[in-house]
Design a protein around this ligand. Structure first.
Ligand code: FES
Ligand code: FES
Length: 167
C-alpha cells in the first residue's frame, strides 16, 4: 500500500478529516469514503462533466483532481446545493423545465449552473452555452437545460429585486 495522506476538507459546509492514498481522485473520495454518490462518474477522463463539483466555488471535474489536492479547500457536491431535504432553485428549475431524463448528467449540470449564476446572475444564451459546453447530456437535449438555466436566473433576479424593494 502506498503512502496515505491526511487531509482536512470542508465538504458541504462540514469539516471532514480523511486518510487518502496519493492516487485517489476527489470523485472517489467523495463517493467511496464520504458516501456522496450524487457525484457521478462517466468518462473518468475529464471530458463529460458529470463529476463536476464546486471547489472553492469554482466548477471542477472531480475525476481528474486528486483528493489530496482538496486539503484545506471547500467542496460543494450536489448533496450540498439545496436546503436540507430540499431542492435549490436551480434544481427546481430543472424539474419545471423538464431538463432531465435519466438524470445521470444532472448533478454536474446543476453545479455548473450554480457557479455560472453566482458569477453572472443574468447570463445571455451564449454565456449559458459556454458555461455548459463541457457538460455532456446523452438524453434530454440542451434546449430544456438552457431553459432551466434561464428560469433559475429569473428566479434569482426576482429575489434580488424584492430584496432591493424591501430596503
Ligand atoms: Fe469526470 Fe467525465 S467523469 S469528466
Ligand atoms: Fe440523461 Fe443528461 S439527463 S444524460
Amino acid at each position: 500500500m502506498g503512502t496515505r495522506h491526511r487531509i482536512e476538507v470542508v465538504v458541504n459546509g462540514r469539516l471532514r478529516v480523511c486518510e487518502t492514498a496519493g492516487r485517489t481522485s476527489l470523485a472517489d473520495l467523495l463517493r467511496d469514503d464520504l458516501g456522496l454518490t450524487g457525484t457521478h462518474l462517466g468518462c473518468e477522463h475529464g471530458v463529460c462533466g458529470c463529476c463536476t463539483v464546486l471547489f472553492d466555488g469554482e466548477p471542477v471535474r472531480s475525476c481528474i483532481i486528486l483528493a489530496a489536492q482538496a486539503d484545506g479547500h471547500q467542496v460543494t457536491t450536489i448533496e450540498g446545493v439545496g436546503p436540507p431535504g430540499g431542492l435549490s432553485p436551480v434544481q427546481e428549475a430543472f424539474c419545471q423545465a423538464h431538463a432531465l431524463q435519466c438524470g445521470y448528467c444532472t448533478p454536474g449540470m446543476v453545479l455548473a449552473v450554480h457557479a455560472l449564476l453566482a458569477a453572472n446572475p443574468a447570463p445571455a444564451r451564449d454565456d449559458i452555452d459556454d458555461a455548459l459546453g463541457g457538460n455532456i447530456c446523452r438524453c434530454t437535449g440542451y434546449v430544456q437545460i438552457r431553459e432551466a438555466v434561464e428560469l433559475a436566473a429569473r428566479h434569482y433576479c426576482s429575489l434580488a429585486e424584492s430584496s432591493d424593494a424591501g430596503r
